[in-house]
Design a protein around this ligand. Structure first.
Ligand SMILES: Nc1ncnc2c1ncn2[C@@H]1O[C@H](COP(=O)(O)OP(=O)(O)OP(=O)(O)O)[C@@H](O)[C@H]1O
Ligand SMILES: [Zn+2]
Length: 578
């Protein structure tokens, strides 16, 4: 990886990272250590204590501060000379529009939710910027590349729906602890603290004639004459006692199942309550309602009016305690083993505990993909002609023989024996035009595709407009970045580092992933005075070969480069456009 550090493409690249959490912290560190120098980070969150075990850029003293800002400061301490631009914001904010996305060579996601991923995917498609998408769950992780017109986009494949359970299992015949959690969270918690008028499969009607003359009173409504303890006990007896009795009355259900046991408050609680929020305090038996009621201890009289409708949140301690307690009572009733608060929280929050190492590996893979982002060319688009670009870049630098130059679907230039006369005239005219005045104007931000069918080589070149060039150092009036060639100055070394030139080709799809390969060639195998044969960067997505297949050396005494032909190029000819 050492020479990647010095790769001009990596240095010149402007990258956007979305998410500075578990993957993001690893990613930012690895980008900085790999030589990236212009990194923008969007994260909307502040640091929480629970992040500190794996989001290693953050410390206890940072809790409550912006992740994006703190991550920046932490990395600048060991890479002070790079530029990191933090945004403490939601990526869905309108500031982050297509224009914003267009400034980047590549976008890297380290997100944790579908909506944000989809949003970034759509902006990347609109801005035509390649996206490297990632995710981890426990020991599993994945990295995929999405480049418009080349690979599937993030939304091309349906995402697995979250696990669901049949309603009857949840409401009547739970057999696992997770069924009790779903019941406690999605039915009981939702009914008590969520929208009162929601549809709910919990048995909320009491058919007890003495209680409800109309046979349909909503038992969750607090009655006028009830104090909090009475109300609490009535709900408890309804959901853990009465509802179980109702279920038991259906004999068929229990033929092949263990019969549950109704649990009434009188069976488990003394005449007067002496519990406080799930913390059993045996020493305390008191009539003071504030000690037995969360509602009262929070100073609330009518919580739904005062705090609105709650939805379950795994980071809400009271909500987690409530769901854990309710799930365990139900589990006890159905003979299902009880679970701790920590275990129940994990199940209720769909939490698969994050593994720091998985995040680190995934971040490394993201950076490998990012390094394969396009070549970039600084050029004065108002002065330089297409001819200059063809001669100095496409032919001289990229070594193409019969190039085709495309801007989107528009062909700007092409050579071939079978061209119509008027097309030849068109292309010849184009050669004399400055880039910005071509039929499909080439300006800063344009992505050009250059292809040589004969060589089966395709490159994307990102155009950056620049006014001034140093006549001595940049006599061509253009600077190409990201085209890796063997460093000539290493001639006397015993060993030679040879880049395969493929490292900076367009981002490739995951199925055809090719990794950056730097191959050391010892003195014996080196043949000097040889001409470089075109490195085999293939844009052909069907090419699936990772190994270096052959060393192509053609002797004509022109220069001193040895280039590896990386791939066994798929010989299938591409169809010519138009
Ligand atoms: N729409 C969004 N805009 C900006 N940042 C987002 C958006 N959605 C998610 N993120 C960020 O993505 C990161 C995801 O990282 P990760 O899940 O590892 O961290 P976390 O959410 O703090 O951890 P945990 O999920 O364990 O609570 C978070 O820092 C989160 O703020
Ligand atoms: Zn998260």
């Amino acid at each position: 990886m050492a020479s990647l550090h010095h790769s001009s493409a990596v240095k010149a690249a402007k990258v956007l990272m979305v998410g500075a959490g578990g993957i993001g912290c690893e990613l930012l560190k690895t980008l900085a250590l790999s030589g990236f120098q212009d990194i923008h980070i969007i994260d909307m969150d502040t640091i929480e204590v629970s992040n500190l075990n794996r989001q290693f850029l953050f410390r206890q003293s940072h809790v409550g501060q912006s992740k994006a800002m703190v991550a920046r400061d932490a990395v600048l301490r060991f890479r002070p000379n790079i530029s990191i631009t933090p945004y403490h914001a939601n990526v869905k904010d309108s500031d982050f529009n297509v224009e914003f996305f267009k400034q980047f060579n590549v976008v890297l996601n380290g997100l944790d939710n579908l909506e944000a991923r989809r949003h970034v995917n759509r902006l990347c498609l609109a801005a035509e910027v390649p996206l490297v998408e990632s995710g981890t769950t426990g020991f599993l992780g994945q990295v995929t590349v999405h480049a418009k017109g080349k690979t599937e986009c993030y939304e091309c494949q349906p995402k697995p729906a979250p696990k669901t359970y049949p309603v009857c299992t949840i409401t009547s015949t739970p057999s696992k602890f997770v069924h009790c959690i779903v019941w406690a969270k999605d039915l009981l918690f939702a009914k008590l603290f969520g929208d009162k008028n929601q549809e709910n499969d919990l048995n909320v009607r009491s058919s007890d004639a003495s209680n409800s003359p109309e046979n349909g009173e909503d038992v969750f409504e607090r009655r006028d004459n009830e104090n909090i303890e009475q109300y609490g006990r009535r709900i408890y007896d309804h959901v853990f006692g009465y509802n179980i009795e109702v279920a038991l009355s259906n004999q068929e259900t229990w033929k092949n199942r263990n019969r549950p046991k109704p649990i009434y408050s009188r069976d488990v609680l003394p005449g007067k309550l002496n519990h406080q929020n799930g913390n059993v305090d045996k020493s305390c038996a008191t009539d003071d309602l504030s000690s037995v009621s969360t509602m009262a201890s929070l100073g609330l009289k009518n919580p739904q009016d005062e705090i609105g409708n709650l939805s379950f949140d795994k980071d809400d301690q009271l909500a987690v305690e409530f769901v854990t307690a309710a799930a365990n009572i139900r589990a006890a009733s159905f003979g299902i083993p009880l679970h701790s608060l920590f275990e129940a929280k994990g199940i209720a929050g769909n939490i698969v505990h994050a593994v720091a190492t998985t995040n680190a590996v995934v971040a490394g893979l993201i950076v490998i993909e990012a390094i394969k982002s396009p070549l970039s060319l600084e050029i004065n688009t108002h002065h330089s002609k297409l001819r200059d670009f063809v001669e100095k870049i496409v032919k001289a630098e990229l070594g193409m023989n019969s190039p085709i130059i495309m801007h989107g679907v528009t062909l700007l230039y092409e050579v071939g024996d079978d061209l119509e006369e008027d097309m030849i005239a068109n292309y010849t005219a184009n050669l004399e035009k400055v880039l910005s005045e071509l039929p499909s104007s080439v300006i800063g931000g344009t992505m050009l595709t250059v292809e040589d069918l004969q060589q089966e080589l395709t490159c994307n070149i990102y155009i950056k407009h620049r006014e001034e060039f140093d006549e001595e150092k940049e006599p061509d009036g253009m600077v190409l970045s990201g085209w890796t060639q063997a460093p000539l100055e290493k001639k006397d070394d015993n060993k030679k580092l040879v880049g395969n030139g493929g490292s900076t080709s367009t981002a490739l799809p995951t199925e055809g992933q090719k990794e950056v390969e730097l191959v050391e060639i010892s003195e014996e195998t080196e043949i000097s005075g040889k001409k470089r044969k075109q490195p085999g960067i293939s844009g052909d997505e069907t090419n699936n070969h990772n190994e270096i297949q052959k060393l192509d050396v053609v002797d004509d005494g022109e220069d001193d480069l040895v280039i590896l032909d990386q791939c066994d190029i798929d010989k299938k000819k591409k169809k010519r456009l138009q």
